[in-house]
Ligand binder design. Sequence first.
Ligand code: GLA
Length: 656
Amino acid sequence: MKRQLLSLAAFLATTFVWGDHYDLPQQGRGGTEIVPLSTLDLTHATNGWGTIHPDLSINSQPLTIAGNTYASGLGVHAHSRIVIKLNGAVTRFVAQGGIDDEAGDYEGYGIVRYRVVLRGEDGHEVVRHDAIARRGEPAVDFDIDVNGWKYLILEVSDGNGSIHGDHFDWANAYFEYQEQNSSRPEIVEAAVLESPLACATTVFSLPGAPFMHKIRTLDPTLAVRAEGLPEGLRWNARRKLVEGRAPKAAGQYHYTLVAGAHRERVSLTVDARLQQPTPLMGWLSWNVVEGDISQQVVEEAADAMVRQGLKKAGYRYLVLDDLWHAPARNADGTPREDPKKFPKGMKAAADYVHRRGLKFGIYSDAAPRTCAGAYGSLGYETVDARQYAAWGVDLLKYDYCHAPADRATAEERYRVMGDALRASGRDILLYMCEWGVREPWKWGASTGATTWRATYDTRDCWRGAQGGIGILESIHGMKDIWAYSGVNRFNDADMMCVGIHGTGRSSSDLCATGPGMTQDEYRTQFALWCMWSSPLTLSFDMTKPLSKDDLAILTNRHLIAVDQDALGQQAELVGERDGIIYFAKDLANGDVAISATNLNDVAATAQFRFADIPALDASATYRLRNLWTGRRAGKVQGTLSATLAPHATAVYRLSR
Ligand code: GLA
């Protein structure tokens, strides 16, 4: 009896629904053949829960959205990805999409993000739909011209932090298909979309400038080449890089990287007004001043930067880090500086800095609160960007404390701030600080950022403890991401601790050695930051004079020239042997800088082997300059050795 009642209920539910019932059309526009999505082989459709059955919901019920039922389609569950290879003869995709009514009616159930993406032969993607669907909402209509596209991608992911009840239907989904000796659409493995590339694909150059773009693949043996290069650029097959001179005319250029069967489109922006042709140089208040920043600190630091010759050496940005804020915003929502710390207002601080010929930076966070607990910018991006512009801000360090862990949200939040800064009417650099957690070197440039932190906060020590970042940990964080750096897109190894000598605040935490470093260790920090094209950001107490030796390190013009080299290359890791790590950096005039750092706690001898350094020719003779002394050091061929004290770095510039 009970069973009969149940099947009666099921019968009623499926037959006498309150809504309408929809069938597929007999044929497409102009009499084209209809290919229902549900008739394709589903082997490669991915799905987060349950099993996909043709023409049924993920619970094997009739497809039902907001009371209406559909004869055909696919019910899926987040996270789901269906990649359809269109094979040239598909012209149109049509469907209705929404949460199936079977999703449990509980708090947080049945909220998904759905995306419909087209992808071209060259890897170029266009997002046609990207939105949230909720249980009970009417179905969304999809009607997409897919002519000329290689893949159609249907994605369903979580929309609210939980995949419970995330039952989504691609209802009455079909393709219009025009048979022309071509094969029918097919669902292929999502892996075809995964890029085998491990390098930048959004690159920049000044017009007519020397250019280099190194191509790396996850599988180093994969054959790779570049096609369709703009005039002036050529493919160097031996070194797997694009080189030459960028076009003289500003504009957006493209070329294609072919890696095995994969093709990916590179976008090259050529622009005389690039925000950061070379890495930024400046001073940040955080490490020694923390919350004690004020108009006075700004004035003293600006004066000292000029007086000590740091401005002359290239250090231009004076950046106020966290805690410049009043306890709350103004009543109208605009940001307000702490009136005790900045009695003349933030504009006066910026003006003072500008009068010294320096640039002024400020700090915020992509969440309701900053790391140290002041108010953040989430939801106030436009208001804040406008106010920063009015104050005369030139750089925004944008932190990521108190924000969700996922990458998509981070991309979105940085993009929103990037857009707001661009719309602010002032040229303001976006300096990302999400600590490298979500691999910002892969996506930071698309948000408008020109620099992104690659590690957690550097500490004033050789070796960190409990996750603290000493020099060893910085090396670890930076050594494998060099193929993502370039002009206007720099990996940041964070503030240097040269000159702090253990007197900092948070920079003294989480150290296994120190706090404070030997001069050799500080020299190593400076040399590596320069080799890596990292921003050179100082963080010692500007109110006290620097020692002669510290000043000599920080104003070493030969090393600064390596950091600021116009090619923007981060030195490539070229060897790790016997506790010595070797880097080599291509420079704009064809020279090559090489470094060897002794990670051992005892003295050791470094041996550069030119045959292991792709930028060098082992049979050529090079003139050598020791970048510590600045002096020429004769000629070399094939190898070069250097004796190194514990934790010291040898660094040379080689010219043909
Ligand atoms: C984070 C950043 C630091 C600093 C502090 C300020 O830890 O990574 O560089 O800005 O916040 O609170």
